[in-house]
Design a protein around this ligand. Sequence first.
Ligand code: NDP
Length: 286
Amino acid sequence: SEPTIGILGLGAMGSAIATRLRESGYATTVWNRTAAKTEPHVKAGSTAAATVAEAAAQSDILLVVLLDHASVREHLEPVAADLKGKVVVNLTTTTPNEARSTAAWAAEQGLTYLDGAMMAVPEMIGTPASRLLYSGDRDAYDIALPALETLGAADYEGQDAGLASLKDMALLTSMYQMFDGFMQAVAMMRTVGVSAAETAAEVSGWLGAVLPHTEQFAAVIDSGDYSGGQSVDFTRAAVGSLITAAREQGVGADFLEPLMRHLDELSATGRGGADWISVNEQLAIK
Ligand code: NDP
């Protein structure tokens, strides 16, 4: 028979997940710190649990969708005994080391633990645009997979429980730095009265055209051969102009300055002729 799924946390994400699982035919038990949030779910067919222990007792698979690492530990630690024999899947956003720490705690308690990271916003849950990453106990993944696949595409990243979160954070890092660039472009164009909407259209077209270059960059990085390509010194001049242009318009160049510092360091240490993509290696803290 189908497993019963418990959901801890009915915020925007937990609610979307509970709804999706219910609509996919799973029996669901829901718990939320603020109990009133269980009401619409109970009306729609879920069972409300008054405590985390009760939710655990009623579930084969327990999905944890709380705010952060601290709230997860606060609510799981007291009920470790009730989690024996269950599959615990923590979808709460945590850092890789927080995920590893919870996995180590779960192992000490003899629990089956899978860590997850959601590459989706609540509205995307259950749609083809939704993707969730998982790492940790492989058996837990295999057991939970049919239910997890109702939420979005599922990818198993490996035994190390920190891997799903690491990839999540790497992807979000690249996203924020791209959005940083958009913010700065808007600020520059607004100085001459161009609307953010117009700049958004320009930026999305431009970024779409240049984004595939990451694959050529990757080939260089993976080969470790930085002898070709656009040089550090050429790129220093280009980025220097961007910084000057921003300042001329009365706009801060804060997001570009760290890149410039790395390029300056490469140049100052005799690597001005190397491919500027070697800046990637400057990021590893030695
Ligand atoms: P919400 O702010 O909508 O909900 C937070 C949930 O956490 C609520 O159920 C809240 O309970 C509960 N909570 C907060 N602190 C505690 C605590 N100390 N003890 C018990 N429960 C607590 O957040 P989301 O649902 O959007 O996010 C949930 C997780 O999903 C987060 O880790 C988030 O980073 C991640 N995520 C969210 C995405 C999004 O687009 N929203 C995208 C990808 C990941 P109460 O109702 O009582 O306040």
